[in-house]
Design a binder for this molecule. Structure first.
Ligand code: SF4
Length: 270
């Protein structure tokens, strides 16, 4: 992983796609996380599980990028389970679902990685893995370059045989994405906005989803995005930055409260 480069872009004044997404989900939790910089009280098992799978897939694409032999299932499982077990030893407690256990999740993850190895495409060329980016954000109304830069990390960048670049984004999910999500997911739009600015031309984004179901499954989505989608993304990002400036940190109580890392702090009425 390109740790030094990632550290550097996150050291500058920035806003990440995750922060934008956090604000959209609940402005109050954004405040706890990014303004108060409060320590999380808990971590959802899904988050730790997803990061562990992510780490394993980064290992897989790293080997392909370096033209090394493709990792076996045992190797991928080792990376996944070691990462997962280390996360469990960290001080912030992991909250498991009713029927979940650490052992069960390791079994599930192993099965998901097996399906991934069986079904995932092998790209023509892997150009970069965990590739950080940092681009200017421009207010569409005023043309003003905003102080925070838009930063993030592409999971993997590949180049197809026709020379076109493509960004791979890895996800774990409990169920298939609905068509409306595929059509409107803002991370995909953000990445198609960023790609030409960092030298990847009109790269498409392929979402690779490992489904954490009774029977593990692997799906990919490669939706297209238009200039109008990208203009909406910028307007959303800039709108959120303006709302943060105005300290609009209202709570949004909904399904996400159940696994919110700041639920105790929130319910204390702060
Ligand atoms: S508990 Fe719900 S309303 Fe409160 S910060 Fe978390 S997500 Fe927002």
């Amino acid at each position: 992983m390109n740790q030094a480069a990632i550290k550097q872009i996150f050291a500058e004044e920035h806003v990440s796609y995750s922060a934008i997404s956090k604000y959209k989900m609940c402005p109050r939790s954004y405040r706890f996380r990014y303004v108060d910089r409060a320590a999380p009280e808990t971590r959802a098992s899904a988050l730790v599980f997803g990061s562990s799978i992510h780490e394993s897939l980064a290992h897989f694409y790293g080997k392909l990028r370096d033209n090394e032999p493709e990792p076996s299932l045992e190797e991928l499982t080792k990376v996944f389970s070691e990462y997962f077990n280390i996360e469990l030893t960290k001080p912030v407690p992991v909250i498991f679902g009713e029927k979940e256990s650490a052992e069960g999740l390791i079994e599930t993850g192993t099965e998901m990685l097996r399906v991934f190895l069986e079904e995932a495409e092998r790209p023509h060329r892997v150009v970069a893995v965990e590739s950080p980016f940092s681009v200017e954000l421009i207010d569409p109304e005023t043309g003003e370059v905003l102080p925070p830069r838009l930063v993030g990390v592409f999971d993997a960048v590949v180049q197809d045989a026709d020379g076109r670049f493509r960004i791979l984004e890895h996800k774990t999910a409990g169920k298939r994405w609905a068509q409306s999500r595929i059509e409107n997911d803002m991370q995909i739009t953000a990445y198609t906005h960023v790609a030409p600015l960092v030298g990847y031309g009109n790269a498409d984004v392929t979402i690779q989803i490992l489904l954490k179901q009774k029977k593990a499954a692997f799906e990919t989505y490669s939706p297209t995005r238009t200039d109008s989608d990208r203009a909406d993304f910028i307007e959303t990002a800039v709108g959120i930055l303006r709302a943060v400036e105005a300290e609009a940190f209202y709570p949004n109580r909904d399904w996400q409260c159940k696994s919110c890392s700041f639920a105790g702090r929130c319910r204390c009425g702060r």
